[in-house]
Design a protein around this ligand. Structure first.
Ligand code: UFG
Length: 346
């Protein structure tokens, strides 16, 4: 290990470069999925450089490599970082990700998720960084016509968040044609769970996702959980989602990186388990895992919720050799619980 101190007016950071190890820049590396990717990258022999503006991320979740605080729109900082670390690839997680908010404040989402991503693409182009693994979403499919949703299903988002992710997929394809970028868009279904070693986990503020909210109700941190809609065309009337463990997502990113390093094809790959669970089933599973009764209210549908989102991850399985390790919902909820009960969010 060698240490260097850099002062260039805009970037000041303690930099620890591991001699001989390839470096990967991880935007959003202090966030939920990005921090898990950093842990998996380090275990696979890479040095993850976390680049995060800390609007959603947490500084203390950056544990496996250098940290640089910066935003995607800050070209000077991006340029300095890429020049300094000379990464073999970028993993791009940094984004706003609340569907409801994206519809109410589209400018915020297009600026950060699209303009910011374009700034990153141009910086990569100018520094000759050729490999990009992008955090895309099942939200790019909109209301799917088939389930499980195949990787080549038509993409027609029904909210601003989904459009921002699809626009980045388009930009990557165009940069690929013009500048030789190799890219994968990994379309997640519902990221859930936490690091099995409980070193990191899900820490959104405010929290809007089902599993952490259900666990907070089990802990008495909130009085109850409200089920959004009981009249969907599903067996128990509640929405069905494909919950995928965050560490399995992280594994897929490292496989995607190796795939690109080996000259593999670019494109969009689903990341899901191919199994759906209803909101009621999630609550029942959480009651079993925690051993606690979870006070439950039954409310109205939430606008923009498709009844069923389940992914067919055939490309990731067949081309990347990806095999989720924690596909059981009980394990996913147990890992989330192990993290949640030790985490004081106030
Ligand atoms: N739900 C409730 N009550 C709550 C919160 C959620 O019943 O208090 C329900 C939702 O209606 C939905 C399910 O639980 O049916 C899961 O909701 P989440 O908010 O946890 O996740 P979403 O499916 O809405 O969103 C996720 C990601 C998005 C991504 C989307 C793809 O968080 O980033 O999947 O459609 F865009």
């Amino acid at each position: 290990m060698s240490e260097a101190r850099v002062r260039d007016g805009s970037v000041e950071s303690n930099i620890t470069a591991s001699v001989g190890k390839p470096t990967v820049v991880v935007t959003g590396g202090a966030g939920y999925i990005g921090s898990h990717a950093c842990k998996t990258l380090a275990a696979a022999g890479f040095v993850p450089v976390a680049y995060d503006n800390l609007v959603c991320g947490h500084r203390d979740d950056v544990k496996w490599g250098p940290f640089i605080e910066g935003s995607l729109e800050d070209r000077t900082k991006l340029d300095n970082m890429l020049a300094l670390y000379r990464p073999i690839a970028v993993m791009h997680f940094a984004a706003f990700a609340q569907v409801g908010e994206s519809v109410l404040d589209p400018g915020k989402y297009y600026r950060n998720n699209v303009v910011g991503s374009l700034s990153l693409l141009e910086a990569m182009r100018d520094h000759g960084v050729k490999n990009l693994v992008f955090s895309s979403s099942a939200a790019t499919y909109g209301m799917p016509a088939a389930t499980p949703i195949p990787d080549d299903h038509a993409q027609n988002p029904i909210n601003t968040y989904g459009w921002t992710k699809l626009m980045m997929e388009r930009m990557m394809a165009d940069f690929s044609a013009a500048h030789g970028l190799s890219w994968l868009a990994l379309r997640y279904f519902n990221a859930a769970g936490a690091d099995p070693d409980v070193e990191i986990g899900e820490r959104h503020n405010p929290e809007s996702h089902l599993i952490p909210l259900v666990l907070d109700a089990a802990l008495g941190r909130r009085p109850n959980i409200t089920v959004f809609g009981t009249d969907y065309q599903t067996p128990d009337g509640t929405c069905i989602r494909d919950y995928i463990h965050v560490s399995d997502l992280a594994d897929a990113h490292v496989l995607a990186l190796r795939h690109l390093q080996n000259g593999g094809i670019s494109g969009g790959f689903n990341l899901g388990n191919g199994a759906g669970y209803s909101v009621k089933e999630v609550i029942e599973t959480a009651e079993y895992v925690t051993g606690r009764k979870i006070p439950t209210l039954f409310g109205q549908r939430r606008a923009g919720d498709p009844p069923r989102l389940v992914g067919d991850a055939s490309r990731a399985r067949n081309i990347l050799g990806w095999k989720p390790r924690f596909s059981d919902l009980g394990i996913i909820v147990e890992h989330a619980w192990n993290h949640r009960k030790g985490y004081c969010h106030v």
